[in-house]
Design a protein around this ligand. Structure first.
Ligand SMILES: [Fe+2]
Length: 248
């Protein structure tokens, strides 16, 4: 292997770390896709899987242009390679483990979405560091690539931020009987309604745009039906609660 400078070594090290993470996420996203039944969420996961594969290829290309290779890093060559292998194995195991998550279908998807949200933010941090390093070293091509990838991760994180409340509400529909969706003895008041909608804060509008209604319609039909089965035991204030459910 030809001699590399400290500058090249550091760039290659960071690009290799990003590449390892992208490869790990290809495996995780594939596992999550196999468990995702909601059409809008599924479509976005498929798009991000394609994006992630492209990011991995972009990184391989840039690493090659800088004279490195993805499987043999530089100074930390041995450690990095071992880490990449371990990380891929762990990712595979995690993917299999994720299939066992949660008590219901919606909760599995919610747990996956939370993991994806975490991963997106790790990637955002990784690309921000690469972008800054490359700018500091005057490597415009690497900085541009890192910026492009960071923006893709930010868009996916923003999607997940809208999706997590949608999936959480689906867990409620799927797993909590209508009569238990308010504290015992409490009827819905104007104050509690504003608290619920108000909790969205700045995210409220986005959340609405996330299509809570549409998504619930697609994934929630079956579970809503199941929940409806317990409607016979609805207590005195059932009419109020039914309105609550359809309005939320
Ligand atoms: Fe990525």
């Amino acid at each position: 292997m030809p001699e590399t400078t400290a500058r090249e070594q550091k760039l290659l090290q960071y690009l290799n770390e990003a590449h390892g993470k992208e490869e790990e996420l290809v495996t995780a996203l594939q596992a999550h896709l196999a468990m995702t039944t909601r059409p809008a969420y599924r479509k976005r996961l498929e798009e991000h899987l394609a994006e992630t594969r492209a990011q991995s290829r972009n990184l391989e290309r840039r690493i090659a242009q800088l004279g490195g290779s993805v499987d043999q890093g530089v100074v930390t060559e041995v450690a990095e390679t071992a880490q990449a292998v371990a990380s891929r194995a762990l990712s595979l195991a995690k993917g299999q483990l994720h299939a066992l998550r949660g008590t219901g279908e919606a909760e599995k998807m919610l747990k996956n979405a939370k993991t994806e949200y975490f991963n997106e933010h790790e990637e955002i941090a990784t690309y921000l560091a690469i972008e800054t390093l490359a700018e500091a070293l005057g490597d415009d091509d690497t900085a541009r690539l890192a910026r492009e990838h960071r923006r893709q991760e930010e868009r996916m994180a923003a999607f997940l931020e809208r999706q997590i409340p949608v999936l959480t509400k689906a867990v409620v529909t799927e797993e909590i009987p209508p009569r238990e969706r308010r504290p015992a003895g409490q009827t819905r008041t104007v104050r509690s309604r504003s608290r619920v909608t108000g909790s969205g804060g700045a995210g409220g509008a986005k959340r609405g745009a996330g299509g809570a209604g549409a998504k619930r319609g697609s994934g929630g039909a079956k579970s809503a039906g199941a929940a409806g089965g317990s409607g016979r035991t609805r207590p005195r204030a059932g009419a109020t609660r039914a309105r609550t459910r359809s309005a939320s």
